[in-house]
Design a protein around this ligand. Structure first.
Ligand code: GAR
Length: 201
């Protein structure tokens, strides 16, 4: 059994998809030991509580330095014996303290085909740019934003009659089926990293 922590700042639909995958045993050998949020109003916290998962709220504004904020989080992760961090709509850049402690053990999902449209508005930025295809990327986190080696990536066509909302909804559907699969690969040790390239065995 691998204890994981899911970090969220908002709605938490990706958290919900992971909770559902664990419950339905599509994702085995995983326990969501903690949900961490930097936003006390995040709906993700209600989802966690409903599923009986421990939560931790840590507000960045309560700490003078980012390092103190991260050390507080690390303390709770250690207490829960967390071995993998899953970022699911966590709208903060992971700093050097968490990166050092969990090197190669942090996943992120981004709603665009990286390296295009990094940042907090990947779906809207791609839509406004007028791309004919966008998608979803799950990658390992390194010291640059939306940058680490890619585990899974799926392209999604943008249709002529798409609105931002209709595109968003298709992207979220793909996110919800892709993320738990990437977690499963990592937990099963099926990921081999060679520089930027990840092989799946
Ligand atoms: C997701 O679409 C996720 O890919 C995105 O935030 C959303 C969170 O939704 N993350 C980023 O843009 C990270 N750069 P959720 O709270 O409903 O899971």
């Amino acid at each position: 059994m691998m204890n994981i922590a899911v970090f969220c700042s908002g709605n938490g639909t990706n958290l919900q998809a992971i909770i559902n995958a664990v419950k339905s045993r599509k994702l085995k050998s995983v326990k969501i030991a903690l949900v961490v949020s930097d936003n006390p109003g995040a709906y993700a916290l209600a989802r966690a509580k409903k599923a009986g998962i421990k939560t931790l709220v840590v507000e960045r504004s309560q700490f003078a330095a980012k390092s103190d904020f991260e050390k507080q989080i690390i303390g709770s992760l250690k207490k829960e014996n967390v071995r993998l961090i899953v970022l699911a709509g966590f709208m903060r850049i992971i700093g050097e303290d968490i990166l050092r402690e969990y090197k190669g053990k942090i996943l992120n999902i981004h709603p665009a085909l990286l390296p295009s449209f990094k940042g907090a508005h990947g779906i809207k930025d791609a839509f406004d740019y007028g791309v004919k295809a966008t998608g979803v990327t799950v990658h390992l986190v390194d010291d640059k934003m939306d940058h680490g080696p890619i585990i899974l990536q799926e392209a999604i066509p943008v249709k002529g009659n798409d609105t931002l909302e209709s595109l968003e909804s298709r992207i979220h559907k793909v996110e919800h089926k892709l993320y738990y699969k990437a977690i499963d690969l990592l937990v099963k040790g099926r990921i081999k990293i060679r520089g930027r390239k990840i092989g799946i065995i």
